[in-house]
Design a protein around this ligand. Structure first.
Ligand code: SAM
Length: 195
């Protein structure tokens, strides 16, 4: 299958199964590989719009609490709290902490900065978001919690790897098949806080 047909395949599969985005399949593949979605967890989904990842989480976490946040308004999904806001803002982080009260078991980030057309600038901005997720996780994740974050292969890769190695007991990298072959997109999976 060439790249275009491959993309169409995931687009139509998402439509058929009622997912709001083809991104849903990336989370399904990540979870098949690392098995982090369980029922009864406190789950944060950062960069939730249009809601594909939240739809996947909803099927697995009906006894837990899930919060999705995005710059764009994500339409309602039953059982999931959705807020519109910039994850980088202190006020958003305060809202997240207030919602969960206790620590968060699973922090997922599919955040990508708006594309400018300048590939290295886009890569750098998205990777800064990933670094911010790793810092936030160090403060708010439960001791045996899991973080999964998008990043783009680029100059910041070593910084991401070093920070993750310092903060977590175990880290892995994974590029789902449903991620465009030519894209620099990849995901880091981290588990267990080091301290
Ligand atoms: C690839 S999309 C996420 C797709 C989503 N996971 C799904 O399954 O439907 C990336 C999202 O990251 C969001 N984003 C980028 N920067 C953000 C920020 N600072 N705070 C919150 N969301 C952000 C964008 O608005 C965009 O909707």
């Amino acid at each position: 299958m060439d790249n275009k047909n491959y993309q169409d395949h995931f687009f139509f599969k998402a439509k058929t199964l009622g997912y709001r985005s083809r991104s849903a399949f990336k989370l399904i593949e990540l979870n098949d590989k690392f098995k982090f979605l369980k029922n009864g967890l406190n789950i944060l989904d950062v960069g939730s719009y249009p809601g594909g990842w939240c739809q996947v989480i909803q099927k697995k976490n009906n006894k837990g609490k899930t919060l999705g946040i995005d710059l764009k308004k994500t339409d309602q999904i039953k059982g999931i709290k959705l807020i519109e806001g910039d994850f980088l803002d202190t006020s958003s982080k305060k809202k997240i902490s207030e919602y969960f009260v206790t620590n968060i078991d699973l922090i997922l980030s599919d955040m990508a900065s708006n594309t400018t057309g300048n590939k290295s600038l886009d890569t750098m901005r998205t990777n800064q978001l990933c670094l911010d997720i790793l810092d936030f996780s160090n403060d708010k994740l439960s001791k045996n919690g899991v973080v999964v974050s998008k990043f783009f292969m680029g100059e910041e890769f070593n910084e991401i790897k070093l920070k993750a190695k310092k903060n977590f007991k175990k880290i892995n990298f994974f590029k789902p098949q449903s991620s465009r072959g030519e894209s620099r997109e990849s995901y880091i999976h981290c588990c267990g806080l080091s301290t």
